[in-house]
Design a protein around this ligand. Structure first.
Ligand code: FAD
Length: 501
């Protein structure tokens, strides 16, 4: 599986060199400094001339765990990064033109049953007793009503929209007092250990040489060490994910920020809209095989609201993942390790998972091939599940308006995904695979949203008579509605929370 380090590689790791200072570089620095900082010498090298990719502004709730680990004060973080709250993603026209649904972060219904809530809801639909599946989910209804508040006992599951540039600068301010040394400069070459080919040092344009025991490659799509030096190949997934370009542009806000990332499907991809406190992030993700750059740009600019604040930038990418993200003494984190388009906002999550996984397998006493193999296996299975979840959004569609959607519908998909879709279609059952990011409720929301209605439900649901079922469903919906009505408007809540009058 992994090209295991050869003899002589068992050097203790004290000096960590992080190459790159985008979101991944600074998240890696923040995590390592907080947890292992007392034992490590951590340097981060970044180049102002090269800059960062400058996108990546929608997150998922797991980021809160990472922030808790870093002891980040949420109000300070939100004010510094101009963040807003996010309760899910609104998928517009994905199933079919003008047919929308929301993938929210909350739980739908209750989970106190041997069979999932979807079976009771399904029976309710058959008996004419149930509303939309989303009527039973607090976060989904709150996002539709544009409301938000923190609720006791983490009663509202949420994430953030944040300004990527400000986030990296914010993390830097946390890291430097914790001992991380930032070095500005362009890495132009590297040297190797003679015994095993590991990286010994990186050399900057200025001539400065920086030695290390472990190198974390956060150089973005360039993959300077993992790709160029270690020659680790990418696994290319473009047979399932056709989009290979994005154009990003920032606009002025024209109305209150909503607690949803908007994902609007178009004829050859989709457009995002991410509302922050001070502006809106927009972008068009598209497949160059079906739409050229000029047409994509026209489409994006024709569909943004508010004054355009930045020059639109085309960002080419490949849906891919390195075969191994840890090779020798190089660990690739962030875009250098691979990239899946951001329809489910998973990249920052994957950075955080990689940082935590690295700390769990940290090679303090020397790099062991077993640690490396375990790390790589975990990374691969994690991203393959996310990849399948993303493919689901494209494959199960009813759009007839373009070749892009017809091709996505007709393509062959990974066997594991095909099984999950067929199982749900036939029985309504969904099972989360251990350690996969998306839980049952996410799969159900997206499969229903994309238009799969199960043919059957679990027999447990039949044990409830109509009256009992109506009461059961009605009481959940009433509780959701009651809570939502008590929540303040999202924009107002953010302004108060971040200390603005
Ligand atoms: P970069 O931001 O590119 O940083 C690379 C760093 O390496 C920079 O500091 C650069 O200066 C440095 N560097 C490179 N070469 C050298 C060199 N030779 N010498 C010195 N320094 C060097 N993720 C989400 O979670 N949610 C989203 O909504 C989302 N949307 C996205 C939309 C698009 C179109 C794209 C492309 C990505 C999106 N992502 C999203 C992913 C997210 O942007 C990245 O995961 C995140 O920004 C991390 O990037 P990075 O730090 O790996 O790379």
């Amino acid at each position: 599986m992994n090209s295991a380090p050869a003899a002589g590689a068992h050097r203790p790791v004290r000096r960590v060199v992080i190459c790159g200072g985008g979101t991944s570089g600074w998240m890696a620095a923040a995590g390592l400094a907080k947890v292992l900082g007392k034992r490590l010498d951590i340097k981060l090298v970044e180049s102002d001339d090269i800059g960062t990719v400058g996108v990546g502004e929608a997150t998922i709730p797991t980021l809160i765990n990472f922030h808790n680990l870093l002891e980040i004060n949420e109000q300070e973080f939100m004010a510094e990064t101009q963040a807003t709250f996010k309760l899910g993603i609104g998928f517009e026209s994905w199933r079919n033109v003008r047919q929308d649904y929301i993938h929210s972060f909350g739980m739908t219904g209750t989970d106190h049953w041997t069979a999932g809530f979807q079976h009771f809801w399904h029976k309710g639909v058959e008996r004419g007793l149930a509303g939309d599946y989303g009527d039973y989910c607090l976060e989904l209804k709150a996002s539709q009503e544009n409301r938000f508040a923190h609720l006791p006992n983490q009663g509202m599951n949420y994430a953030y929209h944040l300004d990527a540039g400000r986030y990296a600068r914010y993390l830097r301010r946390l890291c430097e007092p914790r001992g991380v040394q930032r070095i500005e400069g362009k890495i132009v070459r590297y040297t190797r250990h003679e015994d095993n080919g590991d990286i010994r040092s990186i050399v900057l344009e200025s001539g400065q040489e920086i030695e290390g025991d472990l190198f974390i490659d956060c150089t973005g799509f360039r993959g300077l060490l993992i790709g160029e030096a270690m020659q680790e190949p990418m696994q290319d997934w473009s047979q399932w994910l056709f989009c290979d370009r994005a154009i990003a542009v920032q606009t002025a806000s024209v109305g209150p920020a909503i607690p949803l990332t908007r994902s609007m499907a178009h004829q050859a991809g989709w457009q995002w809209r991410i509302p922050l406190q001070h502006r809106v992030g927009n972008g068009l993700v598209y497949a160059s095989r079906y739409l050229d750059d000029d047409a994509a740009l026209r489409q994006l600019l024709g569909n943004v609201e508010g004054e355009v604040l930045t020059t639109p930038r085309v960002i080419p990418f490949k849906p891919c993942q390195r075969r191994n993200t840890w090779v020798g003494n190089v660990v690739a984190i962030g875009l250098s390790s691979g990239f899946l388009e951001p329809i489910e906002s998973t990249s920052i999550h994957l950075i955080q998972r990689a940082v935590i996984r690295l700390m769990q397998n940290f090679p303090a006493d020397g790099i062991s091939p077993y640690d490396v193999a375990e790390y790589n296996a975990q990374c691969n299975s994690e991203i393959e599940h996310i990849r399948d979840f993303i493919i689901l959004h494209y494959h199960v569609n009813q759009r007839k308006d373009s070749q892009f959607w017809r091709d996505a519908r007709e393509m062959d998909i990974p066997a594991g995904l095909r099984h999950r879709i067929e199982l749900f279609r036939a029985t309504g059952r969904v099972f989360r695979i251990p350690n996969e990011l998306f839980a049952e409720n996410s799969w159900i929301q997206v499969m229903l949203g994309q238009g799969i209605m199960p043919a059957a439900h679990h027999q447990t649901a039949d044990l409830m008579g109509d009256e009992e079922l109506a009461h059961f469903l009605g009481s959940i919906k009433a509780s959701v509605d009651r809570t939502v009505q008590q929540l303040p408007a999202h924009q107002l809540y953010v302004e108060r929370y971040c200390g603005r009058p």
